[in-house]
Design a protein around this ligand. Structure first.
Ligand code: ADE
Ligand code: ZN
Length: 340
């Protein structure tokens, strides 16, 4: 166990860089939206919804996750979903977030791009009133085709100036980064920040990480802690200030452990590794809980936790002035806590 207090971790100013908005759908909201939209659900109570959370790997998680989105229909549903997350993480003193959303998970159900986009975007604007700077990262589903990714990239055109970056998620099995080389190169040349999931312990994890870095030219990798298996790749991400967004509690659900050892090793080597919640409604863990979980598991010091938190601000896709302001808030908080 770490000797760091829960209060210290909760009150530290924080950034979250790996968060799927659709993964913040809490059972209560799911039930409310189902009723509002006249969607017949088999589950009638929170307990019954939670009883469907049976997963032990990424594929079985996604099989629960996608059908859960059926209750999201109108613009205000997407707004309420995102706003509920921002209100929750305000309690964790989160100051800065970059959130993923999955257009194809909604358009393939007949929901128009502008419906979910306008709802999500309005919530990012209203998050400012909660003291949170929020940005959107549009992800492609890697188990769909390159053609579908390009189609959605085109569909998003009217909204480009409100999208910060482009990501890649969903099932990595047989869907490597190179399948999307052309669309990511296009996005990069159009000025978007780019990142990709390289999920834990996949077949070809190291090759996928290498291709994402060397062929696609990603600026971050989501998960990606298998990189510890290849020192040349570790050296490359250190030299190029490329961050890894790790999600320990999510890892403990979809693999055999939270990969805390890898996080600590990468942190000690100077990699910009960060701690995030991924899909907090499903894994019952918001960002402070993830930090506490990994701190307990690896007996991290206060300095380790502060470094993990600062790493997230340091690799955030916002202005240098904003980053410095956030880092200052962390330093001031730590100094005031130590002076207590
Ligand atoms: N979509 C939501 N969570 C994900 C994860 N951990 N990996 C890939 N796709 C996801
Ligand atoms: Zn993820």
């Amino acid at each position: 166990m770490t000797n760091i207090s829960k209060e210290f971790v909760y009150s530290l100013p924080k950034a979250e860089l790996h968060l799927h908005l659709e993964g913040t759908l809490e059972p209560e909201l799911k039930l409310r939206l189902a009723q509002k939209n006249n969607i017949e659900l088999k589950e009638k109570t929170v307990e019954e919804v939670e009883a469907t959370y049976q997963f032990n790997d990424l594929t079985s998680f996604l099989a629960v996750y996608y059908p859960g989105m059926d209750v999201l229909v109108e613009k205000e549903d997407f707004y309420d979903l995102a706003m509920a997350y921002f209100k929750e993480v305000q309690k964790h003193n989160v100051k800065y977030v970059e959130v993923f959303f999955d257009p194809q998970a909604h358009t393939t159900r007949g929901v128009a791009f502008e419906t979910f986009f306008e709802g999500y975007y309005q919530a990012t604007q209203d998050a400012k009133e909660l003291g949170i700077e929020a940005h959107l990262i549009m992800c492609f589903l890697r188990d769909l085709s390159e053609e579908s990714a390009f189609e959605h990239y085109e569909m998003a055109k009217p909204f480009y100036d409100r999208i910060l970056g482009i990501g890649l998620d969903s099932d990595e099995r047989n869907n490597p980064p190179l399948k999307f080389e052309r669309v990511f190169k296009q996005a990069k040349s159009d000025g978007f920040h780019i990142t990709m999931h390289c999920d834990i312990d996949q077949v070809g994890s190291i090759q996928n990480i290498s291709d994402a870095l060397h062929v696609i030219g990603v600026e971050r990798i989501d998960h990606g802690t298998n990189i510890v298996e290849d020192q040349a790749l570790v050296d490359y991400v250190i030299a190029n200030n490329i961050g890894l967004t790790s999600c320990p509690v999510s890892n403990s659900f979809v693999t055999e452990d939270m990969k805390g050892k890898e996080v600590k090793e990468l942190l000690d080597q100077g990699v910009k590794v960060t701690i995030n919640s991924d899909d907090p409604a499903y894994f019952k863990s918001y960002v402070s809980d993830d930090l506490i979980a990994v701190a307990n598991y690896m007996e991290l010091s206060e300095a380790d936790v502060v470094k993990l938190v600062k790493n997230a601000f340091e690799i955030a896709w916002t202005s240098k002035a904003n980053i410095n302001q956030y880092l200052k808030q962390v330093d001031e908080y730590v100094a005031s806590y130590q002076a207590k």
